[in-house]
Design a protein around this ligand. Sequence first.
Ligand SMILES: Nc1ncnc2c1ncn2[C@@H]1O[C@H](COP(=O)(O)OP(=O)(O)OP(=O)(O)O)[C@@H](O)[C@H]1O
Ligand SMILES: O=P(O)(O)OC[C@H]1O[C@](O)(CO)[C@@H](O)[C@@H]1O
Ligand SMILES: [Mg+2]
Length: 344
Amino acid sequence: MRIGVLCSGGDSPGMNAAIRGAVLRGVDVHGFEMIGFVDGWRGFHDGEFVELDRPTVRGLSPLGGVFLGTSRVPPWEAPVTAEAIAGLTQKLDAYGLDGLMLIGGNGTQTVSSILAEHGVNVVGLPKTIDNDLAGTDYTFGFDTAVSIAAEAIDRLRTTGDSHRRCMVLEVMGRDAGWIALHAGMAGGAQAMLLPEFPESLEQVCAWVANVRDRGRSALIVVAEGFKLEGSDDAVTRDGLDGFGRPRLGGVADMLAPLIEERTGIETRSTVLGHVQRGGSPTAFDRVLATRSGIAAADAVLAGDWGKMAGLRGDRIELVPFSDAVGKLKTVPESRYAEVRLNFG
Ligand SMILES: Nc1ncnc2c1ncn2[C@@H]1O[C@H](COP(=O)(O)OP(=O)(O)OP(=O)(O)O)[C@@H](O)[C@H]1O
Ligand SMILES: O=P(O)(O)OC[C@H]1O[C@](O)(CO)[C@@H](O)[C@@H]1O
Ligand SMILES: [Mg+2]
């Protein structure tokens, strides 16, 4: 059995641990040959790959990023055609591959699902800091991003309190508010503004003023995809990403002067940005990623293709791609209601 490993989308802490888990199980235990494509589909298209064996993955578990590289280079020019799939399967044959392990988030696993529908042997490993992929309770990388964001809140809190300022922290997550919700809960933020639940500027300012009236300084966490009530689009900047989507970002910079103007409270914004994606994965993410890699190698051995190694409770289960794609896992009303009553 010869298997190709490929990462797609943004990097996510734990990807190295996942590859290590898959290789230790796949090569050492099951006797597979494995190769890893450099920079995702870019390496697949250009024929750039490395052999994966035990020495290649030595010591990788604590390392952030991903040693193979990842990219948003697409597998084909959309929309997918029969010719595109035929071209891809010819390449798989040329590489001598029996199947692929695709490590990625909702976008990547949509590709996995399309490939599986066309008869290509694929197993998915769910990663993304956004935690927006259905079919799994958590994706590896999310816990690390939340820890970094929570630490940022703690730090912003002490400087904000010292100056009696309102601090607005922007975190990633695209159209899902998971990072903002979890980091905000962990750091005791006085409001978490999520893409799923638009709020009015008046309401946000009322929360900030209320915190001041209680003798404290407000710390607001805003997810990059948050929209003020009545706005159709999230705030974007810097053009389009590799898949032609607008790059989100800038909502904290937009909100801070509006809050200051309306409340009279000096307000500063911080955009956490890629800091929350970098560095060493938490122990939780290392374990989750390693177990995902092991489960993916076992799925290959069993010929259990067309599935993703999802976390369900404390078990890694093989979830059909149809349960994972076509819908975004967003923050449910009940989770927002839990925290919203304490805002302000
Ligand atoms: N429907 C699709 N058809 C073809 N290619 C796709 C499709 N969806 C996603 N892709 C490709 O997969 C890449 C990865 O998807 P995306 O950028 O959404 O990241 P992701 O896998 O969701 O991970 P993350 O959200 O953590 O960055 C895209 O940049 C694009 O090249
Ligand atoms: O690194 P890039 O391509 O700017 O992408 C940023 C996006 O990737 C993510 O970090 C992961 O999907 C999102 O939270 C964010 O919107
Ligand atoms: Mg995604």
